[in-house]
Design a protein around this ligand. Structure first.
Ligand code: ADP
Ligand code: ZN
Length: 520
């Protein structure tokens, strides 16, 4: 009698029970069905095709775009006694021939292959000659032209459906926004695939954002107040900031280590090993740190700089609280972050289409930062999921944001941009609104325009908050040609013409916030 999925789970992988929908997915594939699996990173996607490949006769063909991960997966499988191999450009021709021979001899359960290799006529011809258990297409979002992992070869994978209509196919990804999902289904011709969508919610993570004023001190207050003994990760955008922040935390008595791609490989390896092994260590890192880090008791992830998309933010904060115990995702953010990220996008070598996508993703991130609603609802909505009630475990739920009628203020802020020629950043604009007596303002003659001093009844913090929200709402854009100057967009017209009104969030005033213990 053949072994059941559960028996294989236990005998081969050493686990007692399936997680989430793994059992259903495996059952569906074993009986010949196609599947689209959306599951967050770390959710357990691999078993969804590995076990069916062991249960069906023939070899399971896994398409994977990442050479390094392929190798890791195959090593891990071999240690478990599974007959697995990979085919990619890192192999010598002799090694590749050996794998092909094993396939022909039906000596393999799983073969991992890079998409460009799979699509060669030579490899397709080889596949015609053997029995195939299933096709698994990992990182299936690479088929999406709108994502930043777009791989042109993925588009051609639709041919698997034509050439092997009887072989079950499973596409897997952790990127689940609705457009990407639909693109996967169409391009890979998975019309009849059953969809398995896991929740992306991480209910034990508490999401919080503070307005960036003095990021280091804010971080310090957060760590001292809530995580003085805990392991955690602090993400910064630049290598220099990583070094400085790590040194600063060390000076404050924390065991903190830097991690970024500019450090020697050996140093990085050591720091990573210490983070995994020791308790209460703070890793200050760029996004170079984290891939494949499986440390269950990371109690916080702090961001000193804005991530470039909600996908990145979700991935990075998702490293907290893997053990299911309460964990914090904390971020300090300000308009300067937006200017910086826009500059990085605009100055990159990428083509215009790609830059448009990146800007769009950044807008999604801003929307999350400036929301007055439950952050978890905004985030899950972005991933195509719905959370019916506010979560009760994010800052906007715990400390509901007050809103105010910002129509007049927004109009004044917009008109200040216009009257100063759309050539200045928010710091200068705020000075003009407050009617500051500054040489620079006089030199430009901006002490004589109608918006000079028009905003004295609001604080500088409040005005900065107005500008941030106008950028997040797309009424104002950051002009990189103009070195971060703010510029009006078409979308601000109705407001300027008095046809619409706008509600703004009332960010806590910085001075008051500090007095009341960072507003918590
Ligand atoms: P993903 O590909 O979705 O990021 P993986 O397949 O790499 O996730 O699985 C993440 C981790 O969870 C791995 O260490 C894996 O062995 C473990 N895992 C997966 N399924 C189970 C299960 N049913 N029980 C226990 N651990 C599991
Ligand atoms: Zn909430």
């Amino acid at each position: 009698m053949s072994e059941s999925a559960l028996q294989i789970l236990s005998r081969v992988f050493g686990y007692e029970r399936f997680r989430g929908e793994q059992a259903e997915i495996i059952g569906h594939l074993v009986s010949g069905g196609d599947a689209l699996v959306l599951m967050p990173t770390g959710g357990g996607k691999s078993l969804c095709y590995q076990i069916p490949a062991l249960m069906r006769s023939g070899v399971g063909v896994v398409v994977s775009p990442l050479i390094a991960l392929m190798q890791d997966q195959v090593d891990a499988l071999r240690q478990l006694g599974v007959r697995a191999a990979f085919l990619n450009s890192s192999l010598t021709q002799g090694q590749a021939r050996g794998v092909e021979r094993a396939m022909l001899d039906a000596d393999l359960d799983l073969v991992y292959v890079a998409p460009e290799r799979l699509l060669t006529e030579r490899f397709l011809a080889l596949l015609e000659r053997i029995e195939i258990a299933l096709f698994a297409i990992d990182e299936a979002h690479c088929v999406s032209q709108w994502g930043h992992d777009f791989r042109p070869e993925y588009i051609q994978l639709g041919l698997l459906q034509e050439r092997w209509p009887g072989v079950p196919r499973i596409a897997l990804t952790a990127t689940a926004d609705t457009p990407t999902r639909n693109e996967i289904l169409t391009r890979l011709r998975l019309d009849r695939a059953r969809r398995f969508v896991s929740s992306f919610d991480r209910p034990n993570i508490r999401y919080r954002i503070v307005e960036k004023s003095n990021p280091r001190q804010q971080l310090l207050a957060f760590l001292k107040g809530e995580h003085s003994q805990d392991a955690g990760i602090v993400y910064c955008l630049s290598r220099r900031r990583v070094e400085e922040t790590a040194a600063f935390l060390q000076g404050q008595g924390f065991t903190a280590l830097p991690y970024h791609a500019g450090l020697p490989a050996e140093t990085r390896r050591q720091h990573q090993a210490r983070f995994l092994r020791e308790e209460g260590l703070v890793m200050v890192a760029t996004i170079a740190f984290g891939m494949g880090i499986d440390k269950p008791d990371v109690r916080f992830v702090a961001h000193l700089d804005l991530p470039k998309s909600l996908e990145s933010y979700y991935q990075e904060t998702g490293r907290a609280g893997r053990d299911g115990l309460p964990a914090d995702a904390w971020m300090a953010y300000g308009l300067a972050d937006v200017v910086m990220l826009r500059r990085i996008i605009d100055e990159s070598e990428a083509d215009e289409r790609f830059k448009r996508v990146e800007r769009h993703k950044l807008d999604g991130m801003l929307g999350y930062c400036e929301t007055t609603e439950c952050r978890r609802q905004v985030m899950l909505h972005y991933f195509g999921e719905r959370l019916d009630a506010p979560c009760g475990n994010c800052d906007t739920c715990l400390d509901p944001v007050e809103t105010w009628d910002g129509t007049l203020a927004a109009r004044q802020a917009l008109s200040c941009i216009y009257r100063t020629g759309q050539r200045f950043g928010s710091a200068y604009l705020v000075d003009v609104l407050l009617g500051k007596d500054l040489e620079r303002i006089r030199r430009f003659g901006h002490d004589r325009i109608s918006t000079f001093g028009i905003g004295r009844d609001l604080s500088a913090d409040r005005w900065r908050s107005v500008y941030r929200q106008l950028v997040a709402a797309g009424l104002v854009e950051v002009d990189m040609e103009g070195h971060g100057a703010l510029r009006l967009t078409e979308r601000c017209r109705p407001l300027l013409r008095g046809e619409t009104s706008i509600q703004l969030r009332r960010d806590p005033d910085r001075r008051k916030a500090r007095v009341s213990g960072a507003s918590r």
